[in-house]
Every structure is written in C-alpha cells, then in structure tokens.
Design a protein. Structure first.
Lengths: 387, 527
C-alpha cells in the first residue's frame, strides 16, 4: 500500500483527484500536521483557540484507519461528493532534548499502532548546540518518539513511547545509543558447491516506519558465521542474497522459533544464534496463460502467492512471452496460489485485499522440494471491472 | 510565497535590532478584526506578532520571538506579556488578505511596530479585505482540455524604469482543463500560461493570448471578486530558424562564441539557452520566436570579453545570413569625491538600461576615490553605488567635465570621458502629514521623494514611505534637492515606473524649510 495521489483543496474546500487507475483506494484527509523543530515557534501566551489541530480522517469520515472503507473506482468513473467535515481538536506541545551526540539529530513523531503505510510521522531536527526539540500541534494520544543520527559511520538511535495528554509533554529526554548486534550462522540443507557460503550475504529489512540508516556487516565466512552491526531494535525481516542456483531461504530460527513469517524481533540487547538454513533443491513452475477460447495470452502478469501471505519474500511475479508461456524458478517448497492477470498495476497483488477478491479464479498448487510443475492458467480479466 | 523564500526575504529586509528584554515591563497589543466590507467582527482570524530581528541564519530565523492568537466571535484579540521590541504585526484569515497593522496588504514583509516597555497598545483595528479568485479553462486549438497546464498570475512592480513580473499565485489545470487561482490579493494582474518547452523559445502566453506582455490585458480584482472565464488556448508560439555568423570588429571569424536570442518584449525574465557557434567559421543556427527580437553573441572566457547585440524582426520564414559584429568593451575611469568623508569600502556599478543580457559591472573605489571599470560594452547605463551608506547620496556626476544626463552612454568606438561622482552627506529626515481632498488625514498613502528634473532616472535617489493610522509619515535620508509627492495608493514600487516622475513631478512640493512638517494633499493613484 502506498500513497498514490494527493491533492490540495482550493479556497472553497473542493478537491479533485484525477488520472487514477481504476481500482481500490483508501482516501484520507490531513490538515495542519504537527511540526518538529529545534526552536519553539511561539513562546508567548496563547489563547486556547490557538493550539488546535485537525485529526486525520479516512473515508467514510472515520478517525481510525482500521475503520476506513476502500473506494472502488471503475474505468471512466467520476465519483463525486466524497466530502469530509474536519473538526479541530485542542493540540499540545512536546518539548525535550536529545542527548548522547553533538550536532543536529533527526527526531520523528509517529502514532503508536498505526499501520506501516500511514505511520510515517512528521520529522525535524534538534538544536545544533543544545539538542532541544519542540513538536507543536500534537493531538493527545499515544505516540512513539524516535531520534536517529550517524556518527563516524555508526548509527545512533533513541526510541521512546510517550502518551501525550491535554497539557502536552515537557522535558522528554531521548538518550542516543548505538545500534545493536545480531549474529548467527548459515547452514546448507545438503551438499553445497565449494565456496558457496562466502558468497552469501544476510541482511535485515527494517519496517518502513523505523528510521534506519542501514546495518553494517552481514558477510558470511567459510564456517557460515555472520554478524550484523548497528541494528535498531524492533521487528525486522530477514533477506539473504548471493545464493547458489536453485537454492532458497528455507528457515530462519531463533531459540527454536521460526522468524520468517512474523519477522525477527531484535531485542534491546541484540541477539546471537540466528540460524539460517538454505535449501538447495528449490521448486520450479512453468506454464501457459490462455484466454477463455484457448488462445495464448502474451504479456499477462503471473503472480505466485504463498498460502502464508505474510511471507512477502515468497511472492513472485513474471510476464508471459508471445506464446503465453512463463517460467518461475528458485521457489521455496510449500502451498501457493497462481494468478494470471491481464492488466494489473505493478505491486497491486501485494495487497491481500486485492488477491482475496480474485482467489476463486486462482490455481492452487503444492510444490515439493525440487518439484517441477507445469500449469495451464485461465486469464483473469481485471481491466473490465468486476466479474 | 513559500516559507523558504519568505525566510530569505526576511533575512534581506530585516534591520538589526538589539534583542528585546532586560526590563521587566512587558507590552501588550489588543484590538479587533473586522470585515472591511461589512464592518462585522471576524472570528477565527489569526493575529501574528513576529520580531523584526537580525537574521543571518536559519536558526536566527527560527529563534525570532513570535506570538500569535486567534480572534473570538466578537473579533477581539489580545496579546499580552510581550517583551518590548520591534515587531511585525499582521492579521490573516482564510479567504481574506493578510494585512499589517497599518492596513496594507502584506506581500512580503509588513510595517514594523515598536513596542516600548510597559506599552499597552489598544484598539488596533484590522479591516480585512476579502481575497479574490480567477478561474478559467485551458484547451488545445481543437478545444480539448489541457491537463496540468501551469497558469500564473503576475503582478507588475517596477525597478529602474522597467517592469518586474512578480508571480503571485500559480495553479495547474485539472483533467477538465479547469484552473482556479484563489486567495489573490486584490489588485491588477496579468495571467500567463507557460507554453512549449524549447529552451530557445521563452514562451509565456498572456491572457487573452499574446506573447507580448505589453499586449496583455490586465485583470483587475477588487476584494471578494471572482472572475470566471479567463480561458486560454495552449498553443506553442510560432518559431522560425535564424542563421548567420559572428565576426569580430575587423570582420574576421571569432572562436568560442555563444549566441542567444530573446523576443524584444518587456516581460518576465527570459532564460534563453546560449548556443555555441561553429568554432571555426562562427556560423550559428537558432530557433527563435517570430517578431521583434534581440540577438546576442558573447565570448564568456576570452580576454578581453567580446559582445555583440543586434535588434531583429524575425519573419515567419526565419532569417539567414545575419552578421553579428562583436565589440570589446570600453574602460570607464573616474573618481568619487565627497563633501566630507569618503565612505569606506565603496563600489561603483553600471547597470544596463536594456533587459537582456543583464551584464552588471562594478568596481571597488580606492581610498583616493579612484575607480576603473572594464569591459563596458556599448549601450546606455545607470550609475549605481550599491554600498553607499543610506544617509549619503550621489549629488552630481560629470562626464568629461559635462554634467551627466539621465544615463551614461558608452559608444562602440570610444570610451566616455572621465567620470567625477560627487557624494554628499546632507540628507535629512522629512516628516509630515498627508490629507485627502476633504482635509482629513489619510492613512496608507504613499509618499515619494523625487529627484530633480533631469535626474528622474537616477533610481537610487528615490525615497518612499507610507502614512500611518494618523496620516503621518517619516522618510529618512532624503536628499535636500528632492521634492515630495503623496499618492493615495501606490501598489508595489510603482514610483520606479518610467511614467511616474513625469506624471507626478509637476505636483511635487520642494523641500524648503528643513525643520517644518510637510503637509501634502494626496493625488489620485495611477490608473
């Protein structure tokens, strides 16, 4: 999910979003977001009416994104009258100081518990000399304050959950500290060609709402050992690069628990003993996409989606050739659905709601280790609207 | 205007002022905000008091004292416990024009207000005027809507006798080709549509459809106006190919020459791409808009620099075999003399009277008053003294022993005679009051100190100020040979328009008695 199009209202409060690809959208309206800055902008006494902010609303006029309803837009449709009524609410100020590193530090405020695609909050920098920061126009509620900076190639960070009441917060201290270490071992499930281990790199993918300048390290030695440094605690996803042909990420385990599906929760102290297993006998799928009358379809988008949808690393997509054929290799064994779409926006299939809509037209397959499946897929026509 | 641009302007315009504070006695400001049309109180208006501070860095800008409040249903506001100091005080509200405490629409920076320790400034009344709007449609020549076409509303200010097109509001058309420019400060504007992308064809089409800003029709907006139907056709301007060669003053080809062409119109500054002429033969070929144009050839790195300028009328079929002759610049020498002390670190500059290319030359004046300017190309120039202290002024200039007229002329073949620039320090402050024709004090009037006849284009000699809420004015650093004129309402820097002095000077009042308060009757604003 990503921000697709934005527009500003005019003096009459009207807006118009145009040039939209038909599909499903969420609509939100924001006005006067909090500002993070290194100097307090208003030191005087203010009438209560002054400190106001407008809570973000989602269509159909709800403040909570989990209650938001998607808008379905058909080709050529012009939807009118999606109106919002914004009500100002009293807003507060957060003031504080970042300690532990000289110079300017980036501070970000985000709402706690908001999904990734809306959680990127406003950011600003601290005072160069004192480390002070001020955040104005904050609506009461639960937030996470983060600070991050780089010093001599090392990432320093601070993170603090805060609850902002009607009176705001003063004297918040964010103590910067270095990122932590994550270490472990890579093993092959079977006999791998010589030197294959040293070509592998392990990396952690931070969720987009974590300020993260990137980790160091991750190279695997001949014994399979690796260490990642400068990691910000939190939930990360594991990625491995440089695998031999036909290999796949089979398992990643910490203390007996699999961390591929839910992500790796890196604790404040860091962790050792992440065991990564590389399978050597990946599966392979070939096939043809056909129209209803049996004609092959060139340029169709074939999407391989794991039954375990949270394994975003297992999603694959390819395009058919002029004979309607496709070929996907290096697949981790397991249960999948395959979709063949006529015309789909890149990445639309990563939206679970989108796939759920077409699940009836998908082909189910189960792939075994080293398995080779050939399938014939019927084209799913998305561009003409609903079935 | 965006925040960054405002910050830069504030940095440029702000005066040094010692930090307020020290004393315990704070000041306060209170008053009301009313709708100018109905005199009804306006709720939810925002009152801002911003310190006029010395701004040298972004941190200085952020650290200025700023106070704000909003009016209640009765339109009243109060800001209390304000440290004494110098502030900008403005009121704004969505749908209305931001105004400073003297009642003038704020384009960039509003008038300063000094708050003394313990001062209780009450009954500050803001009468806010409704903002205006312009709407219209942009289509292609077949009548189909053009989406995302950039339209800009330009206000015209003046500098050194030439119009300055200031972009005020910008919008893009939507998928129906419709645009809406809103929150416009009432005034006189020109609507421009940017067409075409070729770097060699500067191309803003002005409503109702001309490429020449002088042919554009003004759009005059009164408070609350909404003017619909300002439609434009998106059509690339007619262009033609022109070709020729560049030669030196001896007729021989010149290496490393760059050639550019712009339409000969007074409009927003053109940004033509200079193209390199053939290094061996000096031949060039350019795309240019048809109509009157100025062709310029110049060497950028040569010693000495060479320049050729040529007026052209480009027909639809283009032009061939143009021969552009390059000239070296002249050396202009002279001496600055002061009645009294010679200002330290003074520079002397020559500003071309033509619009493009702007080749500004300046030189440092030595401790003995001498200066030397090189590479002064043929043409007419204004003399400027950019670092002259405010209270000094250029009293007289002689060229080769003759008094300088309005401008300095430099010919293609000869250097002008030696300049002698006389500086005087006897400027003074002038205070007075402006009344309307009924004899009532007139707030918000513009008072201009004009240089004497024959020096109307000595732009640095002008001074201007505005009357306060009591119709009173104070203008500092006025040269004693100036004369004063008051105009009811003068937008932007219209005193720098070429028609201003000829129109108003006959009614101007000479400064006779240095001590007396001047009484002026405001003249009607220009059309």
């Amino acid at each position: 999910m990503a921000v697709n199009r934005g527009a500003s209202t005019n003096d009459l409060g009207e807006y118009r979003l145009f040039g939209l690809t038909p599909g499903r959208y969420y609509l939100s309206v924001t006005h006067g977001r909090p500002t993070v800055s290194f100097a307090r902008s208003r030191t005087g006494r203010e009438t209560p009416a002054e400190s106001q902010a407008y809570p973000t609303l989602y269509y159909p006029g709800v403040p909570d994104v989990s209650q938001a309803a998607p808008l379905k837009l058909e080709p050529g449709e012009e939807r009118r009258g999606i109106d919002f009524r914004l009500t100002p609410a009293p807003a507060a100020t957060i003031s504080g100081q970042v300690r532990g590193a000289p110079g300017r530090v980036m501070v970000i405020l985000r709402r706690q518990g908001e999904p990734l695609w809306v959680a990127r909050g406003p950011g600003g920098v601290t005072d160069r000399r004192t480390g002070e920061f001020f955040i104005e126009g904050v609506l009461p509620g639960a937030y996470v304050l983060e600070a991050v900076t780089m010093r001599e190639g090392e990432q320093l960070f601070a993170r603090l959950p805060v609850f902002v009441g009607d009176d705001g917060l003063r004297g918040v201290v964010l103590e910067l500290r270095p990122g932590v270490k994550v270490s472990g071992r890579v093993v092959f499930d079977g006999e791998a060609p010589g030197g294959a281990l040293e070509k592998i790199r392990v990396s952690l993918l931070a969720p987009v709402n974590i300020l993260f300048f990137g980790s160091r390290g991750g190279r695997v030695d001949s014994e399979g050992r690796f260490a990642l440094e400068s990691i910000v605690p939190g939930r990360h996803r594991i990625r491995v690069y440089g695998l031999p042909d036909g290999a796949y990420l089979k398992a990643a385990v910490v203390e007996g628990a699999d961390v591929l599906e839910d992500g790796l929760e890196v604790p404040e102290a860091g962790l050792a003993g992440l065991q990564v297993t590389i399978g050597l006998r990946a599966a392979l799928v070939t096939g043809t996409v056909l129209e209803e009358d049996g004609k092959p379809v060139a340029g169709a988008t074939v999407v391989l989606a794991p039954e375990r949808r949270r394994r975003t690393d297992l999603f694959r997509s390819v395009t058919t050739d002029q004979y309607g054929r496709f070929f996907i290799e290096g697949i981790a064994p397991g249960e999948y659905q395959i979709f063949a779409f006529d015309d789909v926006e890149s990445g639309a299939w990563s939206d679970p709601d989108f796939l759920a809509e077409w699940e009836d037209a998908a082909t189910e397959i189960e792939l075994e280790e080293g398995g080779r499946e050939a399938v014939e897929l019927e084209l799913i026509v998305v561009s003409e609207g609903q079935q | 205007m965006n925040g960054a641009a405002k910050a830069v302007l504030a940095a440029l315009l702000a005066c040094p002022w010692p930090a307020a504070g020290g004393g315990d006695e704070t000041a306060s400001v209170a008053g009301r905000v009313l709708d100018a049309a109905t005199d009804r109180p306006l709720a939810k208006a925002r009152i801002e008091l911003e310190e006029v501070a010395r701004v040298q860095s972004l941190e200085d800008y952020e650290r200025r004292r700023r106070y704000s409040t909003r009016t209640g249903a009765d339109g009243r506001f109060e800001l209390s416990e304000i440290p004494p100091g110098r502030y900008e005080l403005t009121a704004s509200r969505p749908g209305y024009v931001r105004q400073d405490w003297t009642g003038k629409a704020v384009w960039v920076v509003g008038a300063a207000l000094t708050l003394r320790p313990g001062e209780r400034r009450e009954k500050v009344i803001f009468r806010l005027q409704r903002a205006a709007a312009v709407t219209g449609r942009v289509t292609d020549p077949d009548g189909e809507p053009v989406p995302e076409a950039p339209v800009t509303l330009f206000a015209v200010s003046w500098a050194r006798g030439r119009p300055l097109f200031l972009p005020h509001r910008t919008a893009e058309t939507d998928d129906r080709g419709l645009y809406r420019l809103f929150y416009v400060i009432p005034g006189r504007y020109y609507l421009g549509l940017k067409v075409g992308r070729a770097s060699d064809t500067p191309s803003i089409r002005f409503w109702p459809g001309t490429l020449d800003p002088e042919q554009a029709e003004p759009i005059v907006l009164k408070p609350g106006d909404e003017i619909p139907g300002i439609d434009m056709i998106y059509q690339a301007p007619p262009a033609a190919v022109i070709s020729g060669r560049v030669v030196g003053s001896d007729g021989a080809p010149v290496r490393d020459v760059f050639v550019g062409v712009v339409p000969a119109v007074e409009g927003p500054p053109p940004s033509p791409g200079f193209q390199r002429a053939d290094p061996e033969t000096g031949e060039f070929e350019l795309h240019a808009l048809t109509g009157p144009a100025v062709l310029t050839a110049r060497t950028f790195h040569g010693e000495p620099e060479l320049l050729g300028r040529m007026a052209l009328e480009i027909p639809e079929g283009g032009l061939r075999d143009i021969v552009v002759r390059l000239h070296a610049g002249a050396v202009v020498k002279g001496r600055v003399e002061a009645a009294g002390e010679l200002p330290a670190s003074l520079r002397l500059g020559l500003v071309p009277t033509w619009s493009w290319p702007q080749i500004y030359r300046s030189a440092t004046v030595g401790s003995d008053g001498s200066f030397l300017l090189r590479d002064i190309f043929p043409g007419r120039y204004y003399l400027e003294t950019p670092d002259l202290p405010k209270r000094a002024y250029v009293a007289a200039v002689w060229v080769g022993g003759e008094p300088l007229g309005e401008v300095l002329e430099v010919g293609p073949d000869r250097a002008p005679g030696e300049l002698r620039v006389e500086i005087r320090w006897d400027s003074r402050s002038v205070r007075g009051v402006v009344r309307d024709r009924e004899g009532n004090p007139l707030p918000g009037a513009t008072v201009v100190a004009l240089p004497p006849r024959g020096r109307w284009r000595w732009w640095s000699r002008y001074r201007s100020g505005r009357t306060d809420q009591n119709g009173a004015f104070l203008i500092r650093h006025v040269p004693p040979d100036s004369s004063l004129v008051a105009v009811e309402r003068l937008d932007l820097d219209a005193w720098a328009a070429p028609w201003f002095a000829p129109k108003y000077a006959p009614y101007a009042k000479p400064l006779d008695d240095p001590e007396a308060e001047v009484e002026l009757i405001a003249l009607p604003a220009p059309e």
